[in-house]
Design a protein around this ligand. Structure first.
Ligand code: ADP
Length: 306
């Protein structure tokens, strides 16, 4: 096999009380990538359509992630990478992670799968490091593994896959304003009170339990983040109103996707998700801010071969 075309999915990280440790994979939003072996012993970004992105392999996260993999494998195989970008960079739904994950997934397949999906995570994290200055895994892990991923530990890296209740749907609103990941990180407090920590780990434990037991009501009650969301939500226009509107229309919960500006409503079933989507659309259309709006199931597979 010389060439592979893949779907590289968008992801929702920093999932509520799972800040920096919990993310999930979307199904209907993502990029397409074509990865092809070349005889030049060189990694080249040969084409990017849809968005302006760096064409130098050392500045494009796809090139950086692939180089990390090849270095570990001590391989000098060259690859050409084409990216059709549908996930806008800086949207908060893992634009950079999709490219890193898609690239290492395809290269691994073309090399006869020397690594498991889990082993690809650290290479994709090298891409995240150049995109945001932080080697976080809660976008690249669900993009590679599908479903929900929990980062139990960063050092050493240990990532767990969690079950996906079948009726879960995500409505994602992306207000087309720019919030830099670095900026939204800089406003977070570095110390928290014991009381906040207790509430947060209570909610995260309950959220994990809800995924295992298909308990949608418990899932809704546990989607609370009292540490990061109150600070970051200030950067997102009409956050409070959107939260109240979504819950009033039956959403299980509402929160910030990644470091924003995207926000998500987690819903049970297509019918409710469509209702929430329409309510958000009607509300935001009057606010004079351009936006994208997505409705997606949870993608249990992660990166897919097309
Ligand atoms: P997101 O959370 O949507 O990935 P970030 O702000 O974390 O957004 O990362 C986007 C940054 O990464 C931008 O500066 C962008 O230029 C850079 N970047 C480099 N290569 C890529 C790529 N292949 N896809 C997306 N962003 C990339």
């Amino acid at each position: 096999m010389k060439e592979l075309k893949v779907f590289a999915p968008a992801t929702v990280a920093n999932l509520s009380c799972g800040f920096d440790v919990l993310g999930c994979c979307l199904d209907s939003v993502g990029d397409e990538m074509v990865v092809r072996k070349n005889d030049l012993n060189e990694i080249r970004i040969t084409k990017v359509t849809g968005q302006e992105l760096p064409m130098e392999a050392d500045k494009n996260v796809a090139g950086v992630a692939v180089k990390a993999l090849l270095k570990d494998l001590e391989s000098d195989q060259g690859f050409d990478i084409e990216i059709t970008k549908r996930i806008k960079p800086g949207s908060g739904i893992g634009s950079s992670a999709a490219s890193s994950a898609g690239a290492v997934f395809a290269v691994n397949k073309l090399l006869g799968e020397p690594y498991s999906s889990n082993q690809l995570i650290p290479f994709a994290m090298q891409g995240e490091l150049i995109a945001s200055g932080n080697e976080h895994a809660d976008n690249v892990a669900p993009a590679l593994l599908g479903g929900f991923s929990l980062v139990r530990s960063y050092c050493p890296l240990e990532v767990l896959s969690l079950p996906v209740p079948s009726e879960l749907r995500m409505v994602v609103l992306h207000p087309l304003i720019e919030i830099k990941t670095k900026d939204s990180r800089s406003i977070i407090k570095q110390n928290i009170s014991l009381k906040s920590a207790i509430n947060q780990w209570g909610n995260l434990g309950a959220l994990i339990s809800a995924l295992y037991t298909d308990d949608y009501d418990l899932l809704g009650r546990s989607l609370e983040d009292e540490i990061v969301e109150p600070i970051r939500s200030i950067l997102i226009p009409y956050f409070q109103e959107l939260d109240e509107l979504s819950v009033a229309n039956g959403a299980l919960g509402f929160g910030i996707s990644g470091s924003g500006p995207s926000v998500y409503a987690l819903c049970k079933g297509d019918e409710n998700a469509e209702k929430v989507k329409q309510a958000i659309k009607k509300f935001y259309e009057k606010k004079g801010i351009d936006f994208d709006l997505h409705l997606s199931a949870i993608n249990k597979q992660g990166v897919k071969i097309l």
